[in-house]
Design a protein around this ligand. Structure first.
Ligand code: NDP
Length: 325
């Protein structure tokens, strides 16, 4: 079977397509024929070696995949069934989805919900799944569509694009922040009512600024998130999931203690099974068909290393779907 294999030589990560035997796959009770995978920010860090994502080599990267069960020792899964996997350290510490087969624990798999095929599931992928978790965090924070505007940062990326489409479909008024003016039409087609330029927005905020946002989905972190917090409405919620701009957070306690602002962290890797199923069912029900056309850039497995480098250079828009077979 073909796999993208990461190896390490002189502290450099090398990524090559190799033919490997399925007996080399790690232990696990379910073997899946992988049909689709995708490229997320974390995959790009792993494949290029620019982030310390992978520590044991050789490694098959790919933090998500959709495919068909080939063999199962787990009663919950039978041969021929379509499944999706995101997270659980797959593609980081356990061989992942950028290969024709994967062997994993049945605990990590979600049966595909009605309304999604395997291709659509990987157009959504980890990024889209995380966007859904962020939207659920806003809802749980009590943010309603008539409360005011929702800000989405890192808007052109996988999480940002899916968050815009989800929020617009749910009736929220969305403002997007993007570093790329050339993507304005794309972001409006996804459902953003306004698009703001990232240039000029990332400056050190005053502790409290004019109240502008009822909610926010942040994929960027650092100074940009600090500014978003200073501009939240009284009682607003920010769902923070990313660090595309940096992992620091130079803020003050003022938005929290004077405006009752809630900062909700979102992790997609260890989300419990029940919440995963809820999120996938909601994604299947909410995303319009147009999203899958607008946000998808499909590549072959061979193109994954070059596309990973482009993603980290902020040259990729939307979701990158990888055709495995
Ligand atoms: P993408 O690369 O697809 O999107 C990131 C977007 O952020 C870019 O498209 C760009 O949008 C913006 N951006 C890029 N570089 C910078 C920068 N230096 N400063 C500010 N903005 C920047 O990544 P994903 O959507 O896959 O992931 C987004 C973030 O969310 C990542 O940090 C990722 O690690 C994190 N994440 C976290 C998860 C979790 O479980 N917590 C799960 C999935 C992702 P534009 O050009 O429009 O500004």
């Amino acid at each position: 079977m073909r796999a993208l294999l990461l190896e390490q030589q002189d502290d450099q990560t090398l990524a090559h397509i190799k033919d490997i035997g399925s007996e080399q796959l790690p232990d696990g009770d379910v073997t899946v024929d992988v049909n689709w995978s995708s490229l997320n920010y974390k995959d790009a860090l792993a494949i290029t070696g620019k982030g310390k994502i992978v520590r044991n080599f050789p490694m098959v990267p790919g933090i998500d995949f959709a495919g068909t069960v080939r063999h199962s020792r787990d009663d919950r899964f039978k041969e021929g069934q379509s499944v999706v996997l995101t997270g659980w350290g797959v593609g980081e510490h356990h061989w992942g989805g950028l290969a024709e087969q994967a062997r994993v624990s049945g605990e990590w798999l979600v049966p595909l919900p009605n309304g999604l095929d395997e291709r659509k599931a990987m157009i959504i992928g980890t990024a889209g799944f995380t966007a859904m978790l962020c939207v659920m965090a806003l809802e749980e924070g009590g943010v309603h569509p008539d409360d005011g505007d929702i800000l989405v940062t890192g808007a052109s990326g996988g999480v940002g694009s899916t968050a815009i489409a989800l929020l617009a479909a749910l009736g929220y008024r969305v403002t997007a922040i993007s570093g790329r003016d050339s993507n304005t039409d794309y972001l409006k087609a996804l459902g953003a009512k306004e698009v703001m330029s990232r240039d000029g927005y990332i400056e050190t905020p005053r502790p409290l600024e004019k109240q502008l946002w009822a909610g926010a989905v942040d994929t960027v972190g650092d100074k940009l998130l600090a500014r978003v917090l200073a501009q939240m409405n009284y009682n607003g919620t920010v769902a923070a999931c990313g660090l595309a701009g940096g992992y620091q957070l130079p803020t003050t306690v003022m938005p929290f203690i004077l405006r009752n602002v809630r900062l909700q962290g979102v992790d997609s890797v260890h989300t419990p099974l029940h919440r995963r199923q809820t999120a996938w069912e909601r994604l299947a029900g909410i995303l319009p068909d147009s999203f899958y056309q607008q946000a998808t850039h499909e590549i072959a497995l061979e193109q994954a290393p070059a596309t990973a480098a482009a993603l980290l250079n902020n040259q990729v828009t939307g979701r990158t779907l990888v055709k495995i077979r």
